[in-house]
Design a protein around this ligand. Structure first.
Ligand code: SF4
Ligand code: SF4
Length: 310
């Protein structure tokens, strides 16, 4: 049984974050001709989600100690049948977690949230200028939405705001922390990083174009990365190998949570409906891309982002 499943109920995110796997215009492949044509991002149909959950229970992937995170890099609250998705989990008494960019305020029947473990709101700064650079939303509307969302999801065991630190929002950390204090939620700041396997690996391999590196160096904190990668234990085990699984909105088991849909290895594992528990375990630790990733220190970096004491 896995402790955590990241299940992309919405393959779509309405934010415009340039360093996200869903939006990055900077994908640089060594072999562009190897790219696959991905299926169009979509919202998972409720009946497909229910069938997938039943399958995961039947083969022993999920159970009473698993938390189903209703996201990978999509925005779950824009799923048009969000309450129906929650109903599927509620009927099976499964624990779940939500992470949102707070672009949409929703109200949900209270009883559906009985097993909500975590509610997370991500913020790319604390000003309209920061939102203009990353999420692309109206900051005043986001703040109003947060009030509604904190009321809706107040029964969660843990509520936090993850503050993604960029160079340009360092001066806004204090205001964001104060905001969290006033709302009574946990403040969780960490350095934003490119959530894109190709891009991050190209950075580590000094293979980025000058233009991309220039853009990256204007947005992200980069000073700590060499030290982090150097500190990676030689026997480091990627948590995606033994602790959690990521599933997309077509029920594909992902080789890695930060691989783009265009990457030739994106579909390497295949559908959860075709694999047994043992096959999933075996395939998860034997993916070709993992070897280079572990050797480069990338796996250690993406699972150990810089956390600043604020
Ligand atoms: S980083 Fe998060 S909020 Fe931004 S585009 Fe990606 S999934 Fe959406
Ligand atoms: S080792 Fe790297 S490529 Fe493999 S699952 Fe972990 S982060 Fe992804």
């Amino acid at each position: 049984m896995y402790g955590d499943i990241f299940f992309e109920i919405s393959g779509i995110c309405n934010a415009k974050c340039p360093w996200c796997v869903t939006k990055s215009p900077f994908v640089e492949s060594k072999h562009p001709s190897d790219k696959v044509t991905p299926k169009k991002a979509r919202f998972i149909p409720v009946e497909t989600f229910e069938r997938a959950i039943n399958r995961l229970i039947d083969i022993g992937i999920i159970g009473a100690t698993t938390c189903i995170h209703l996201y990978n890099w999509g925005e779950p609250l824009i799923h048009p049948q969000f309450e129906e998705i929650l109903t599927v989990l509620h009927e099976k008494e499964l624990a779940f977690a939500i992470s949102t960019n707070a672009s949409k305020s929703v109200k949900v029947a209270h009883h559906l949230l009985a097993h909500l473990k975590q509610f997370t709101i991500s913020m790319p700064g604390f000003s309209q200028a920061a939102y203009d650079r990353i999420h692309g939303f109206q900051f005043d509307k986001i703040q109003r939405n947060i009030d509604v969302l904190l009321e809706t999801f107040k029964s969660a065991d843990m509520i936090r705001i993850t503050y993604h630190i960029y160079q340009f929002n360092l001066g806004e950390i204090k205001a964001a922390k104060q905001f969290c204090l006033e709302k009574g939620v946990e403040f969780s700041p960490y350095a934003a990083f490119p959530v894109d396997y190709n891009l991050s690996l190209a950075y580590l391999n000094d293979a980025l174009s000058y233009e991309t590196l220039k853009k990256l160096s204007k947005d992200l904190l980069l000073y700590y990365i060499d030290d982090t990668v150097t500190a990676a234990p030689t026997d480091y085990i990627c948590p995606q190998h033994n602790h959690y699984l990521t599933i997309d909105e077509y029920c594909n088991l992902l080789t890695c949570c930060v691989v783009t849909k265009e990457h030739p290895d994106y579909y390497a594992m295949g559908s959860l409906f075709n694999l047994s528990y043992d096959e999933i375990r075996k395939q998860k630790v034997s993916q070709a891309i993992c070897k280079e990733c572990l050797q480069s220190g990338l796996a250690y970096w993406v699972h150990n982002p810089l956390i600043l004491e604020c």
